[in-house]
Write a protein that binds this ligand. Structure first.
Ligand SMILES: C[S@@+](CC[C@H](N)C(=O)[O-])C[C@H]1O[C@@H](n2cnc3c(N)ncnc32)[C@H](O)[C@@H]1O
Length: 297
């Protein structure tokens, strides 16, 4: 497994980022085409290329239009065009691994208490869906360090961040098995989205500053039990909280005002804990020395 730290390359020009876009549509923009039945198609405006969805339109015909315009395709069908919001984008994000869905992203950021200027570790990166949310939340003064064991996933995440967020100099992506330990110590917040968070607690405790927030995201009740019990057995974590998030959309149509019949009934459990002051437990043998970010006295 490679040990080098990968820094973000110059953004690809395939898409324009989803933030800071207070301007008319232009080339390379990611654009959602929404039909009369609210079906969504994520497309990119490419010079010389046509958008094809049951009929076609040239990319150039959309240049200069404000978002929220309606356009007619060659078939006569009309579509609403908008740049995707974060919640619009994530279900369409190119991925090989399961992403964290927007219904959980909001609570993760708030219960994980991510703030502008924070230093945050994330492991693993997957498709980079949560990375984009973290980078937006910490802002230009913050720092996000992502650990990912698979080079192919890291490549995809790098591309997604570049395409849909843009340049992110405050992001560092390390190809690494995080169970071997983090380089950083004194970090403010630490998020884990991989199968065995309980196995990572020793290295998490070494990386987090006193008062730092640890958040684990696990799909099964067995993982929830193992993670919470492992936290409970340690003297350096407290304030442990577990919950899940259910989002139920409603139909509002004439007299039919009711929840939709279908919903995503389960995605994952969220576990939050605080790192206490005091020394960590004995250092695992394979742990490497840390790079100090802020005092961990
Ligand atoms: C469910 S995905 C993460 C999805 C991501 N949170 C998102 O929203 O796109 C889990 C990731 O953890 C990575 N992973 C698994 N074990 C790991 C380890 N020991 N160290 C680092 N990354 C690991 C996997 O390769 C995978 O990319």
């Amino acid at each position: 497994m490679g040990r080098s730290a990968y820094h973000l390359r110059a953004p690809s020009r395939r898409f324009k980022p989803v933030v800071s876009l207070d301007r008319p549509l232009t080339e390379h923009d990611a654009v959602l085409f929404i039909d009369r039945k609210a079906r969504r198609y994520l497309k990119q405006l490419r010079p010389g290329q046509k958008i094809i969805i049951r009929g076609e339109i040239s990319s150039e015909e959309l240049y200069g239009l404000p978002e929220g315009s309606r356009v007619k395709l060659s078939s006569g069908e009309t579509f609403l065009v908008l740049r995707p919001t974060y919640a619009d984008l994530i279900p369409h994000l190119p991925r090989a691994a399961q992403v964290i869905y927007p219904k959980d992203t909001g609570p993760l950021l708030i219960w994980g208490d991510v703030y502008p200027g924070a230093t945050v570790i994330e492991g693993g990166v997957g498709a980079g869906a949560f990375t984009i949310a973290l980078l937006r939340a910490v802002g230009p003064q913050g720092r996000v360090i992502s650990y990912e064991v698979r080079e192919d996933f890291a490549r995809r995440a790098r591309r997604n961040v570049a395409d849909f967020l843009g340049p992110a100099p405050q992001w560092e992506l390390k190809i690494r098995d995080l169970y071997e330990g983090f380089d950083e110590i004194g970090v403010d917040r630490l998020f884990i989205d991989l199968p065995e968070p309980a196995r990572a607690l020793e290295v998490v405790a070494r990386a987090l500053r006193p008062g730092g927030v640890f958040v684990a995201y696990v799909p099964t009740a067995i993982q929830l039990k193992e993670t919470v019990e492992a936290l409970q057995q340690r003297s350096d974590f407290a304030e442990i909280e577990s919950f899940e998030v259910m989002l139920r959309n409603w139909q509002v149509k004439g007299m039919s005002v009711r929840p939709f019949h279908r919903m995503v009934a389960h995605s994952a459990f969220i576990i939050v804990a605080r790192r206490l002051a005091g020394s960590v437990q004995p250092i695992a043998q394979n742990l490497r020395g840390g790079t100090e970010i802020a005092g961990d006295k």
